[in-house]
Structure formats: structure tokens, C-alpha cells
Design a protein around this ligand. Structure first.
Ligand code: PMT
Length: 422
């Protein structure tokens, strides 16, 4: 199995007797196709040498935040951006406490703070330390912040005590690592995604539209393909290349998008409405280009005037009528697919997003704040909150592609739960 093919994993090793198992973990992650770089805390080097990890990974091991040699190979921010996943195994009680507090007093905690990728921890410590209320509170906060926990396991510990706190077995850590990435999560599913803006004609040369670039929808289409799904992408006009292995259907207006969706929705298991569909369109687009000279003037009744004699600007009134609500129509179908909407808001983000979840009868809504130009329309990054009827999970700001992986994983989990799968 090469489930981690092309994946970059930053393996963090902290101080504890289980650190010796990180050498085996590194090899098994490589076997699964991952490129692994290792970061060790000073405590970890008391249990296993950096030379061992360097020889196995074939890459320099990073130890210190202020080490000019390793910084010159790859700076710590660059290292954090390089990773598709930071996996800390074993994660000591001390490390978890520092991570919970957002400390940046060594290289590993600093990398976690700078990371935009998912972070997973595999705790290993004495059973009393694990069950201590302080550790449990730290873990509760970390889980709420989206940190994935792999274990710990229960059983006989190196100290001779028995209880929960053992590092999870290496094959289990590798399996859970592969589940962070969407590969195979949507195998056998057909997913329809709408993306980009729509254009609503005023006349043959003018239209009403919005700033959607299609980047988020296209990134989701790529992530869904990687997750094993068959993907139909219904796209408004954008300047992006068609993603590979996706069936792309180009449309212009909301009416065309509605027709394209409805024509094929019966074959779909999942519908994701990322498109910024224009809510309104002109009632009657002019059949020919509207000539401003022919518009009535507010100041001068009588013959049409030329530009020089105009003292007051002319006005043009457009009558608009509501477009079909595509996603609400999909959600009303008797055999509806799992239906996921997006909510682009500039204020009251979560309140409005929850209203959309209810009013449009969605399974999930992904809220994004488009008032922040660094994470909204046309940006490369997004900051999103995944909202279902009973949970609200905020994802860290990351590239639209990385965010898409997380959204696809969430959709797969919710769909499995809805279908009653384990
Ligand atoms: O394309 P990018 O530049 O990458 O930007 C991404 C994005 C900001 C456009 C995207 O992340 C996003 O938020 N898309 C939804 C934008 C939006 O118009 O939201 P809305 O609140 O108007 O609509 C809510 C939901 O209903 C959406 O799923 C929308 O696709 C759907 N809808 C809306 C109106 C309509 N007539 N039909 C619909 O299906």
C-alpha cells in the first residue's frame, strides 16, 4: 500500500522511552510512500540519536530553533509549510502542555504554531501522567482545536505499571496517518461540485456577476478526485485549467447552472455548492446593446442630447428577478444526495451560516469570511468553519487545497455516520 505517496510528513519526536519506536515508524511511513523529515526535541535525543533518524530518513534532522546549519538547509517557517502533516510520536505530557499553551520555546512547538497543515499526536507517557487532570484538560483543548489524537494504548508500560499511556502500535499509527489524507475516502462515490461565479446578462455585452475565481471549488474537485470519487464539476466562467480526471461542464448563468445540475444530480451521492450563484438576474435582458444616448434624461425632456449638453447623469433602472436556488432545489429532491453548501459572509458569519444550514436543509455548511480579502474571493488561502446540526469545527487558515482535504474528510465522516457505518 502506497497510501502516503507524495505526502510530506514532519515527524516530531519528543523525550520518552517510546522514542526508540519512532525509528520503526519512520521506516513504515516511508514504506507507505511518504517523504519524512524528522524534528527532535532535546529530550528525545537522550533516548535515540539524531544520527539514527538522519540515516533512516536520508535527510538532515532538525533539533534547534536557532541552529544556523539546519536553518540554512530549510528555515523553520519553510519547514512548517513543507509539511502536509505534522505527526508527533511519541508526544510527551510536557510537549502536549506546551502545544496547548501555544508555546514557541523550541523548534517543534514553533513549527506546530506556524503550521497550516493538520497536526496529529501519538501520546506516550506513564499511565498516571496520562490520567492526570492537567494532561486530560490539555488534551480536551487540543482536540477542540482540531489536533488529531492517535492513541494512547493501554497495557503494560516500560515502567512496569499497567494502564493507558502506551504509544499506539506503529502499524496503527501508520493507518491513522493515511486516514488524515482523503485517499480512498470517497471511493465509489459520485460527487457533483458547482464552482465559480455566474453571469447574468443585462444585454449582449454586459452582465451582473461577482468576484468568485473558482479556486475553492476547483481545489475541492481535485481533493475529491484524490479521495477516489468520480467528480462532475459544473463551473461558471473562470480562468482556471480543468482539474485532471474531472468531468467539467461549463455554464454561464444561474439558469444554465441549475439545468446542468438537475440533468445529472440523480446519479450523485454528494453535492457541494461552492459556486457564488447570482441571487438575481435582470428580468428581461435587452436583445441589443443598450445605447446610453437613447436613455431618458432626468433634466431635459424632449430630443435626445449629446454628451456635451448633458448637465445631469442619465439613469438606467434594471428590474431583477430571483434566480432558482440550486442547492435548495437539490436538497428538496426525494432521493437527495448528501448536500453541502458554502456560506460567504461579511458579518455574523456563524449565525448566517447556521441559518443557511436550516433554511436550505443542508447536511453541512462551510462558512467562510469573505470580508477578509486574504481568505475569501480569489485568494489562495481560506479560513473555514464546518457546521453541521450538532457540531461546529473551525479549521486553521490554509491553502484552498489543504482546506479541501479537510472538508472532504469531514464529508466522508458525516456521510458514513449518516449511513450508519462505523
Ligand atoms: O471562487 P473563490 O474565489 O475561490 O471563492 C470561494 C467562495 C468564497 C466563492 C466560496 O468559498 C463560497 O463561499 N461560495 C459560496 C458563495 C455564496 O454565494 O454563498 P451564498 O451565501 O450566496 O449561498 C449559499 C449556498 O447556496 C452556496 O452553497 C451557493 O452555492 C448556494 N446557492 C446560492 C444561490 C443560488 N441561487 N443557488 C445556490 O445553489
Amino acid at each position: 500500500m502506497r497510501d502516503l505517496q507524495n505526502k510530506h510528513i514532519l515527524l516530531g519526536v519528543t523525550g520518552g522511552i517510546a522514542a526508540y519506536k519512532s525509528a520503526e515508524l519512520l521506516r513504515r511511513l516511508q514504506d507507505a510512500g511518504a517523504t519524512v523529515r524528522v524534528v527532535m526535541t532535546r529530550g528525545a535525543t537522550e533516548f535515540i540519536t539524531p544520527l539514527t533518524m538522519q540515516a533512516l530518513s536520508g535527510l538532515p534532522v532538525s533539533l534547534d530553533l536557532l541552529d544556523t546549519e539546519t536553518e540554512s538547509v530549510m528555515g523553520h517557517i519553510e519547514l512548517a509549510r513543507w509539511a502536509d502533516l505534522i505527526l508527533v510520536a511519541p508526544a510527551s505530557a510536557h510537549f502536549l502542555a506546551g502545544l496547548r499553551l501555544g508555546r514557541a520555546d523550541d523548534l517543534l512547538t514553533t513549527l506546530c504554531l506556524a503550521a497550516t497543515c493538520p497536526i496529529a499526536v501519538a501520546p506516550a507517557m506513564n499511565q498516571a501522567m496520562w490520567s492526570n487532570v492537567a494532561t486530560q484538560e490539555n488534551c480536551r483543548i487540543l482536540r477542540a482545536n482540531g489536533i488529531a489524537f492517535f492513541g494512547p494504548d493501554a497495557g503494560l508500560q516500560a515502567c512496569g505499571e499497567v494502564g493507558q499511556g502506551r504509544l499506539l502500535d506503529v502499524p496503527d499509527i501508520v493507518r491513522l496517518t493515511t486516514e488524515v489524507f482523503p485517499s480512498g475516502l470517497l471511493a465509489g462515490r459520485t460527487v457533483m461540485i458547482t464552482a465559480g461565479p455566474t453571469r447574468e446578462a443585462i444585454d449582449p455585452v454586459r452582465y451582473i456577476s461577482n468576484h468568485s475565481s473558482g479556486k475553492q471549488g476547483y481545489a475541492l474537485a481535485e481533493a475529491a478526485v484524490e479521495a477516489g470519487a468520480k467528480v462532475l464539476l459544473i463551473s461558471g466562467p473562470v480562468a482556471l485549467a480543468a482539474p485532471q480526471r474531472v468531468t467539467l461542464i461549463n455554464v454561464v448563468s444561474a439558469d444554465e447552472m441549475y439545468a446542468a445540475v438537475m440533468a445529472q444530480i440523480a446519479a450523485c451521492d454528494i453535492f457541494i455548492g461552492v459556486a457564488a450563484v447570482a441571487d438575481f438576474k435582470p428580468v428581461a435582458p435587452a436583445p441589443h446593446k443598450i445605447k446610453k444616448q437613447l436613455l431618458p434624461s432626468p433634466a431635459a425632456a424632449g430630443p435626445a442630447r449629446d454628451a456635451q449638453t448633458v448637465s445631469e447623469p442619465r439613469t438606467l433602472t434594471l428590474s431583477l428577478v430571483e434566480n432558482p436556488d440550486i442547492i435548495a432545489s437539490v436538497a428538496r429532491l426525494p432521493n437527495r444526495p448528501f448536500t453541502v453548501g458554502f456560506a460567504a459572509e461579511t458579518e455574523n458569519l456563524l449565525t448566517y451560516a447556521r441559518q443557511k444550514l436550516e433554511n436550505k436543509r443542508l447536511d453541512l455548511v462551510i462558512a467562510n469570511n469573505v470580508a477578509d480579502s486574504s481568505i475569501g474571493f480569489n485568494s489562495d488561502n481560506n479560513g473555514t468553519t464546518i457546521i453541521s446540526a450538532d457540531a461546529t469545527v473551525t479549521l486553521p487558515v490554509a491553502s484552498k487545497r489543504q482546506v479541501s482535504n479537510r472538508i472532504i474528510a469531514a464529508i466522508a465522516n458525516h456521510l458514513a455516520a449518516k449511513e450508519g457505518q462505523p
